[in-house]
Design a protein around this ligand. Structure first.
Ligand code: NPQ
Ligand code: MG
Length: 367
C-alpha cells in the first residue's frame, strides 16, 4: 500500500463560548485526517464532528472509530496509487451513514490527488470567483446587551451578513433588537431543530424583520413539518441538517420543505456530493450558501473553494479564522472588505503549520 493515514486529534480554545439550541462549546475538538503517500506528499481533510451528537448523530470519537474499523479498511484496495475521487466515494458508499467521517477521508485523498495534478480544488469544482462574501454566525449570548455588542463587532469587521442562533425564548425579541440597530444588514436566523410543527404562527412574527431565511426550525427528518411551516411563514425556510444527499435535497425542494439550501460538505459526505447538490439547486433555481462547522484553516480552505461556485449567491458561514480562534492550525484567513480569498494553490491550497499542529495535538493515530 502506498497511501496511509494519520488521524490527528486537536483541541483549540474558542475565542468565546459558542452556544446554540443544542448546547455550548468553549473548546473545539478537531480531527484532521492526513493521507500520506510514499513519495512524501500529504493530503489533508477535516472531520467536522462535535464531541457529542448534538448537531447530528455523528460525534468525534465515533468518527475516529468508524474510520479506523470500517472506512479505511474499505478503501485499502484503492490505496496502491492515488485513487480517483469518484472511486473513493463509491467505495465508501457500501457503509451507511457517517458522512462527516467519509468527507474527512475523501477530502484528504482528493487533496493528494489534486496536488499530483497541480490543480486547485476551486478549479476542479468549477469556481468562478477568487474571493467570496462572508457572513458570521452569532451564538446565543447571556443578554441582549452582549448580543448587540457582539453583532456590532462583526459589523465593524466588515461581515456582509449576520446569522443569529435562536431557540424558544431567544428569538423574536433578539431579532427585533438587532434589526432596529442595523436596519439594512443582511440578517438570518438558525434554530438547529429547536421548534415544533405547531410553532408556525410564532415563527411568523419574524416576518416583519425582513430576514433572508429561517434555517432548520424542525427536526432533521421532518420534511412534512417544514412544508407546513413554510405555508404559515413568509420568510423563506432553509434546510441544513435535513439535507444529507442529492436525493434528500431533491425531495425537500419537491415537497416544498425548503426554498434555499445550506450546503456543508461534511454533512453530505464530501465535496463531490456537495457540488452535485449545488448543480441540482442551480437547475431548480434554489439559492445555496456554504455552511460552517467551526472549521480550522483546513476545512475553511476547502469550503472557500466550494463557496466560489456560481450557485453560492448568499454569503456563507465562511468566517475568518479569528471569529473562532486566536491561533489557527494554518496561516490564518483574514477578512478583507467582508471577503476571504479562495485558495489557488494545488489541492485545498493550505497545510497545517507543523509547530501549531504539534502544540494543539492531543493524540495521533496511524491507520
Ligand atoms: C449550523 N454552524 O449552521 C452550525 C452548527 C454548529 C457556524 O452556526 C462545535 C462544532 C460547535 C460544530 C456549533 C454554525 C458547533 C458546531 C454549531 C456546529 O447549524
Ligand atoms: Mg445550521
Amino acid at each position: 500500500m502506498t497511501i496511509s493515514f494519520q488521524i490527528h486529534s486537536l483541541e483549540i480554545p474558542l475565542v468565546r463560548p459558542f452556544r446554540t439550541s443544542f448546547g455550548s462549546q468553549s473548546v473545539r475538538d478537531v480531527v484532521l485526517v492526513e493521507a500520506v503517500s510514499d513519495s512524501g506528499v500529504s493530503g489533508w481533510g477535516e472531520c467536522v464532528t462535535m464531541a457529542w451528537p448534538g448537531y447530528s448523530a455523528e460525534y468525534t470519537s465515533g468518527a475516529i472509530d468508524v474510520m479506523q474499523k470500517f472506512l479505511i479498511p474499505t478503501l485499502e484496495p484503492l490505496l496502491e496509487t492515488s485513487p480517483e475521487p469518484d472511486a473513493v466515494r463509491s467505495a465508501l458508499s457500501v457503509m451507511q451513514g457517517h458522512p462527516m467521517a467519509k468527507s474527512a477521508l475523501s477530502t484528504a485523498l482528493l487533496d493528494l490527488w489534486l496536488k499530483e495534478r497541480e490543480t486547485s480544488l476551486a478549479n476542479y469544482l468549477g469556481a468562478v470567483k477568487d474571493k467570496v462574501d462572508c457572513g458570521v454566525s452569532v451564538g446565543i449570548p447571556s443578554s441582549i446587551d452582549s448580543l448587540l455588542e457582539e453583532v456590532g463587532s462583526y459589523v465593524d469587521q466588515g461581515y456582509k451578513r449576520i446569522k443569529l442562533k435562536i431557540e424558544p425564548g431567544w428569538d423574536i425579541d433578539a431579532v427585533r433588537q438587532v434589526r432596529n440597530a442595523w436596519p439594512e444588514m443582511l440578517l438570518q436566523v438558525d434554530a438547529n431543530q429547536a421548534y415544533e410543527r405547531t410553532d408556525g404562527a410564532h415563527l411568523a412574527q419574524l416576518d416583519q424583520y425582513d430576514l433572508l431565511l429561517i434555517e432548520q426550525p424542525l427536526p432533521e427528518d421532518d420534511f412534512l413539518g417544514h412544508a407546513m411551516i413554510s405555508r404559515e411563514v413568509n420568510t423563506p425556510i432553509c434546510l441544513d441538517e435535513s439535507i444529507l444527499s442529492v436525493a434528500s435535497a431533491q425531495g425537500a425542494i419537491e415537497f416544498g420543505a425548503t426554498t434555499i439550501i445550506n450546503i456543508k460538505p461534511g454533512r453530505v459526505g464530501g465535496y463531490l456530493t456537495a457540488k452535485e447538490i449545488h448543480d441540482l439547486c442551480v437547475g431548480q433555481g434554489i439559492p445555496v450558501w456554504c455552511g460552517g462547522m467551526l472549521e480550522t484553516g483546513i476545512g475553511r480552505a476547502a469550503n472557500l473553494a466550494l463557496a466560489a461556485l456560481p450557485g453560492f449567491v448568499l454569503p456563507g458561514d465562511t468566517s475568518a479564522s479569528n471569529r473562532y480562534y486566536a491561533e489557527d492550525v494554518t496561516q490564518p484567513f483574514v477578512l478583507d472588505n467582508g471577503q476571504l480569498p479562495v485558495p489557488s494553490k494545488p489541492g485545498i491550497g493550505i497545510e497545517p503549520i507543523p509547530e501549531n499542529l504539534e502544540a494543539m495535538r492531543t493524540a495521533v493515530i496511524t491507520a
